[in-house]
Ligand binder design. Sequence first.
Ligand code: NAD
Length: 257
Amino acid sequence: MTLKGKIAIVTGSNSGIGLGIAEALAKAGAEVVINSFSDTEADHALAAKIAAEHKVKVTYIAADMSKAADCRALVTRAGGCDILVNNAGIQHVAPIESFPPEKWDAILAINLTSAFHTTAVALPMMRKKGWGRVINISSAHGLTASPFKSAYIAAKHGLVGLSKTVALETAGQGITCNAICPGYVLTPLVEAQIPDQMKTHNMDRETVIREVMLDRQPSKQFATTEQLGGTVIFLCSDFADQITGTTISVDGGWTAL
Ligand code: NAD
């Protein structure tokens, strides 16, 4: 299957899941735009490395997904958008009473509102071509909850709702919109939670991973960035033409519990 001739934008893709998805799209032949809020030599070198490896055009565009104007400019500057993967995300863990309001605002802006802005600019481009894919990276926490992650869980449930609405507004137009709901994937975002969890539970690293993080993941295995890339490629294929307005869990059975 080839995505040659398609332009794909992946928000928050200079690390972790977004990077895995960007690499899978480049491997499938798409022209890829990778993104984060930083604008370093390393960011542009990363784009050049993926381009050289897969012999496709890969551009790095800096844009802060907490800012409406940046979200919209990212899609405009890409020069087209056939595949939009809304992946940028941050996390903060605290009980509601002590949850910093500015963290709530940042999480809602980056994890949810950015997808509204990018989608609003991308849809007319997709309609013009009669083909498009909007893929929102939600979470098992878009379908279930855990304590102390109020903003993240509200945002990820919101992404599932946004995906359904976009699906209804684009139905029958060659455009689909879905949310992928990963369980735990060992990325920098998850890695950063380990020290806190070790402190909270008074456990060593391995025990936290097995008994806390993967407690609700029946497979007891992390999902991988390659598996998420593969799920995106499937959603971009003709086989997925009639899959829209739904969620695909990649969570080792978490949401079956
Ligand atoms: P990560 O920290 O490795 O990657 C997050 C990406 O978002 C980075 O590229 C970062 O630079 C970017 N980002 C952060 N703030 C940004 C901003 N203001 N503007 C632009 N980019 C910004 O984390 P990850 O684990 O790869 O997470 C990627 C997505 O997958 C997130 O939405 C996360 O909620 C979701 N997710 C992750 C897991 C997991 O276990 N890792 C599980 C379910 C869902």
